[in-house]
Ligand binder design. Structure first.
Ligand SMILES: *Cc1c(COP(=O)(O)O)cnc(C)c1O
Length: 459
């Protein structure tokens, strides 16, 4: 480097980070991140991309642009309500507020009146019991899989868990229930055939001394044709007679029946039919945070709560707060999307269609996330060229559409009406980015088949 080399004029790192304007802009950032942003600006000056005098402004711009977390909000325009890749259930307003408040110090395990230690998560516990009076007791854990592991570990130990062969499903991303149960050390005893299991199959396997009988709702697929399954009621009579606990995994977490999903089992119904312990996910149809719910007989729930593994799968304070608020607060976004008024949906879609000059087509939404398998939810979508799917995904706000049959379908079912204008602007932006000649036919070639399957995937 010669004396007049401009690189000599590049300010030193500590000189930049010490500047008041930089310190102020970087208040929400760690020192490590700030240093690396300064280094990136210095590197640009070294390469001659910017002038040495621009390092400070370059740093300031980078600092202001930097977000301390990388997950971005997405407008879900797929029509799939519980979209695993988008974080399943969006929280209700009440649950969002509860999470924000619980983020600080809270009376999680303290009775403020006496100053004494109190039961952890008493509010969420009470909310669960009031939402499901059929249960004698309830326990909240980290997720549905955790609930299943805890139930089989605590009730079966190394003994047998009897389960129908037709119910040993894979619920997503190579995650198999039988492997999960077997991983606890329990012996999985499959009975019946994939398409048919009869009471006699269970009768041959269920005897006093085995761990438990597990009935699983295979929520993400259904067997049609020559099929048979044994109801919770029938199983319960057998299990009572042989003094074996009956555990029912309803998966999707519907608390009570919903007329839109007639085939979906609900927690209250399973308990009324005689299940001893019912388990479900918190972030599917229940519309709450990621959680595992265990409800049922007081002696068994108590046994689960006292098992050492309960500590390993316990729910954190944010989950407890969000679950209580989900149960006590107004309608969840999941319920709203499930029960959206088709005429209103059509009017909203038509309004955007008119602004954008694009067609509105009938489009069926889905429950997704391993719930309401195969139940179509009649609705509407904007019919856009497939070439728009990628710019919409990467735009601001990000909008995920459904690429299907040579079209990019934009379904407003899962989008709050208050966001319709944001959707409109996002589509206008994406259209502006398109070369003028791109029409529906040219765009078809860009349709990435994977986008579609990824967007549709539940589980
Ligand atoms: C989703 C599901 C689970 C797993 O629940 P997570 O909350 O994802 O851990 C277990 N069983 C069934 C039947 C399910 O549908």
């Amino acid at each position: 480097m010669t004396d007049d080399d401009p690189r000599r004029r590049i300010p030193r790192t500590d000189a930049v980070t010490a500047l008041p304007q930089v310190r102020e802009a970087a208040q929400g950032l760690s020192q490590r991140v700030l240093t690396s942003l300064v280094r990136q600006a210095q590197e640009k000056a070294r390469r001659g991309t910017i002038q040495p005098e621009e390092v400070v402004n370059e740093t300031l711009a980078a600092v202001r642009h930097f977000r301390a977390w990388s997950m971005r909000p997405v407008l879900n325009a797929t029509g799939i309500i519980i979209h695993t890749n988008l974080g399943r259930a969006p929280l209700s307003d009440a649950a969002r507020e509860a999470v924000a408040e619980a983020a600080g110090y809270v009376d999680l395990e303290m009775d403020l009146a006496s100053g004494a230690r109190a039961r952890r998560g008493a509010g969420a516990h009470a909310a669960l019991l009031s939402a499901c009076p059929e249960a004698e007791d309830a326990l909240l854990v980290n997720n549905g899989a955790g609930a299943l592991v805890l139930a089989t570990t605590a009730l079966a130990g190394a003994a047998e868990v009897v389960v129908s062969r037709g119910e040993m499903v894979e619920i997503g991303a190579g995650f198999r229930l039988s492997e999960l149960v077997a991983s606890t050390g329990a012996r999985v005893r499959e009975v019946g055939a994939t398409n048919r299991t009869h009471l006699a199959d269970y009768e041959a396997a269920v005897r006093p001394g085995i761990g438990c009988v597990l009935k699983v709702h295979p929520s993400n697929y259904w067997v049609s044709g020559f099929t048979a399954a044994v109801s919770v009621g029938e199983l319960s009579r057998l299990c009572r007679a042989r003094q074996v606990p009956l555990v029912v995994d309803v998966g999707s977490g519907l608390l009570t029946p919903d007329e839109v999903l007639p085939a979906e089992p609900d927690i209250a119904g399973a308990l009324r039919a005689g299940a001893d312990v019912v388990l479900a996910s918190g972030d599917k149809l229940l519309g709450g945070p990621q959680a595992g719910l265990l409800l049922g007989r007081a002696d068994l729930i108590n046994q689960l709560a006292r098992h050492p593994l309960a500590r390993a799968v316990r729910a954190d304070k944010l989950t407890l707060a969000a679950m209580e608020a989900t149960l006590h607060g107004g309608p969840t976004p999941v319920q709203q999307a499930l029960h959206v008024d088709p005429d209103r949906l059509r009017a909203r879609t038509a309004a955007l269609g008119a602004e954008l000059d694009v067609a509105v087509v009938p489009h069926e939404g889905r429950v997704g996330g391993g719930g309401g398998a195969g139940v179509p939810l009649p609705g509407w979508a904007l019919h856009l060229p497939t070439a728009l799917a990628a710019p919409l995904r990467t735009g601001s706000p990000a909008v995920l559409t459904r690429v299907h049959d040579g079209a990019c379908l934009l379904d407003l079912r899962c989008i709050p009406e208050s966001q319709d204008q944001s959707v409109l602007h996002a589509v206008q932006q994406a259209l502006e980015q398109q070369p003028a000649h791109v029409g529906a036919t040219a765009a078809t070639h860009c349709a990435p088949a994977r986008t579609d399957s990824a967007a549709r995937r539940g589980g």
